[in-house]
Structures are given as C-alpha cells and as structure tokens.
Design a protein around this ligand. Sequence first.
Ligand SMILES: CC(C)(COP(=O)(O)OP(=O)(O)OC[C@H]1O[C@@H](n2cnc3c(N)ncnc32)[C@H](O)[C@@H]1OP(=O)(O)O)[C@@H](O)C(=O)NCCC(=O)NCCS
Length: 238
Amino acid sequence: MADVWHVGVDQVPESLAVLLDERDRARRRQIAVPADRSRFLAAWVLARLVLGEKLGREPAALSFRRACAHCGDPTHGKPVVETDGPRPDFSLAHSGGLAVLVVSDRAVGVDVEDATAREQPLAPALSARERANCRSYADFARLWTRKEALLKAVGKGLAVHPRHIEVLGTTLLALPAALGRPEDYTLRDLPLPAPYVGSVAALGSRLSLSVRSGESLVGRAAQACGTRSIPARIAGPE
Ligand SMILES: CC(C)(COP(=O)(O)OP(=O)(O)OC[C@H]1O[C@@H](n2cnc3c(N)ncnc32)[C@H](O)[C@@H]1OP(=O)(O)O)[C@@H](O)C(=O)NCCC(=O)NCCS
C-alpha cells in the first residue's frame, strides 16, 4: 500500500512555516528562487502533517536525516524520518505549482512534472525504444517521471543516469544490476490535477495506491496554527 498526497503550492500559507525545524529553515534560506522556497515549504509541511499523523507525533516535533545511497554523504540524498518504531519510507516531489508526497511501508519514490512545460525532451536519457514511444512532450514527461520515481525509490536520484533505466508504459524493462531486477519493482502512474503528470515506484509487486488532495489537511493545520499551538494530531477525516 502507498499513500499519495498532493497539494497546490499556493494552498500552503507562510504561517505553516512554524512546522519546520531549524534544519528545514536553514535549508530553505539557502534556496535563492522565491518560487522554489514556496515549493519547499509546501512539500515539507505536507510531509510533516502526513507523517506526524501516521506516527502519532506532533508534526513540528518530527526530525529527518538524509542518507545519500550513492556516496553516503549525510548532507544530501533521500530524506528519512527519525523514529524508534517501524520507519515508513517516503518521497517528495515538486514541480510548478504542485507538491506531491508518497508514504509507504516499502521503499517508494515519486516524481511529478508539468506535462505542458514544453521543455526540450532529454533525448540522451531515452533508449531507441523509448524514443519511438515519445510522440509529444507530455509522453516524455510521463516517461521521465517513471524513471525518476524509480531512482528516488532506491535513493540514488540522478546519480544514476536515467538512460540506464528503461521503461515501456509502466513496465520496467531494464535497470542497473546493482539496483536489482525489473520484476523487483512496481511502477504506477498517478491521477494528478492537470497539467501535472506523476508516477510512483515501489519495491515489490501488487502495489495498491490511495491518492488524495492534502488541501483540507493543510487548511485544518493553518486554522489550528492561527488559533493555538500545534496539536499532536491535526488530521481528521478527509
Ligand atoms: C533528487 C533529484 C532526483 C530531484 O530532482 P528534481 O526534479 O530537481 O526535484 P523533485 O522535486 O523531483 O524532488 C526533490 C526531492 O527529492 C528528494 N531527494 C533528494 N535526493 C534524493 C535521492 N537521492 N533519492 C530520493 N529522493 C531524493 C528530496 O526530498 C527533494 O526535495 P527537498 O530538497 O525539498 O527535500 C535530483 O535533484 C538528484 O538526483 N540530485 C542529486 C544528484 C546526485 O545524487 N549527485 C551525486 C551525489 S553523490
């Protein structure tokens, strides 16, 4: 099972920055572009609210570390939530006006792209078979999110060149042997608000997905922030 949450970046008010810890704030201060700072806020507020609910902890009290699966450097790489109990895996992605989070008990990765961005498709990232299946930028964006979701699930990110991952539809055809066998993973496309496309990759087979908007979760948190200190469990029924 994997839980996917998405939220519009402009639905997350600045007041919710109180949920971030000093490490998040320092990271955010280093982001030069204001739109990127807003995307960071939206993604991390969503992560703290959803993981806080899942772990029964106060969102602002959660702490995270990074673990680069490629070089071991703790200053970058896939974020991991600190917990004494079973640790859910999670992955974040942001693009344009949308932030997306996936949480699962398995290793998971998520990626999102604006299918209308009309950037130049990165031909060197594609195999001949993939190029033949990319008739539009939207096709490329979809394919890219499947590859990047897989690379984020294994914690490598773009340290592994996406040309080493080959995907046909949501079937993984090839990946570097060090990451396992294609049949070890499941890829699923996400129903996201237009113009965004996104995919989730997870270790293991038969993945069931729940995809939800985090708008009301964030709205309740913003209300709670405006009226009192942050309660331990902000989330209620959607
Ligand atoms: C991680 C990466 C795939 C993100 O791509 P992007 O399209 O710019 O950004 P996205 O919105 O899709 O994802 C960003 C999120 O991915 C997560 N992330 C970062 N590194 C990750 C990794 N190695 N594995 C999984 N997730 C990672 C973070 O949560 C990040 O958001 P944050 O910085 O706000 O916390 C890409 O920037 C990357 O791989 N960078 C590292 C390259 C690298 O590893 N170089 C060599 C290091 S030794």
